[in-house]
Design a protein around this ligand. Sequence first.
Ligand SMILES: O=C(O)CCC(=O)C(=O)O
Ligand SMILES: [Fe+2]
Length: 323
Amino acid sequence: MPVPVQSLPEWPADVEAHPLLVIDYQLLKAGDKEEIARLWKAGTTLGFWYLKNHGAEQDFVAMWGMGEEVFELLLEEKMGYEQGDEGLSFGPDPVEDVAKDDALSYPKVSRREYPTVINDLMGPVITPFVEKGVDVSNTLIEIFNDKLGLPEGTLAKFHRRNDFSASETRTIKAPANLTPGKLAIGGHTDFGTLTLLVDNLGGLQVLPPGTTEWRYARPLPGHMICNVGDTLTMFSGGPLNSNIHRVVSPPPGSQSKHDRWPADDTILAPLLESAMIFEAYSKLLPEVTSYEWFTRRQKNYRSKNHKGAERWAANRGTEYGHA
Ligand SMILES: O=C(O)CCC(=O)C(=O)O
Ligand SMILES: [Fe+2]
C-alpha cells in the first residue's frame, strides 16, 4: 500500500536546496503591488517560484492518487491509447497526459479518447485540478501582461479557456528505490507559457543562470512550483526566463524509498505585440508558431523520429538562446 502523502519523509536536513521566492496567490489576486513585484522578480531571474494559498491543495492529493490507479493499468491497455509520432503528447507515453481541452469539455471528447480509469477520474479529480490550474495560469498571465507593458488582454487572447491548445496535465511515476545517480528527466526547458508543478518528493534540480552547479528545488507541502516556459520567454523577448532544469533519481535521503509522483499543468500558446518586446524577440528567435514550436520538440523526442546525433538538438528549447 502506498504511504499517505501526509506521512512521507521530510526533506533531509543535510541536503541543501536552492531558495525560491514564495509568492502568495491571494495577495496577487488582491492586486498587492509588492507581491506582484516579487512575482516579476522571480519570473525574470530564476524563472521558478513557489505559489501558496492557491486553493488547490486537496487536488494535489487527489492527482497523486489518480497516478497510482492509472499506473496499475496493464501496459497493453495503455498502449491502445498511445500518443503517436505526430508531435502532440496527449496520452500515456509512459507518463499520463490529459489534454486541457478534454478535461474541460468532459464528457464531450475534444481531442482524444482515454482509458476507462482516466474517464472515471475526470469528473472527480482531473477536471477540478485543470480548472484551478487554468485559473492560476490566467491570473499569472494577466500580471505578466501588465508588467510587460502590453495592452490589456493581449496575452489572454492567446490563452482563452476554450480555445484548443497543447496545454495538458501530466502525471509521471518514478518508482521507489531506483539506482542512485540516474537522471529521471535530463536537462530541458518547458514548452509552454507556464508550468505548475506539484511534486510529492524531491528530485527536481535547477541550474541557476550564470552558474554551473545543479541545485535541488525542494517540494514544500501545499505549494506549487511554478516556472516560466519557452513561450513566455519568446513573448517577452527574453526577460522572462524559461530556465533549464532536470530531475535526478532517486529522491534524496529516506524519501528514496517511496514512489515519486509529479503532476503538472502546462499552458501553451503564442503571441507578439508590444514594440519593445517585438524588437527584443526578433533578435533572439526567428518567428515560429506555438504549434510549430511544440510539435517540433515533441516529435523529435519520439524514438521513431530519431535521426542520429542531431536529434538531441532537434528537440531542444530555449536553453541555447535560439530556436
Ligand atoms: O518531476 C519534476 O519535478 C519536474 C518534471 C518536469 O520537469 C517536466 O515534466 O517538464
Ligand atoms: Fe520540465
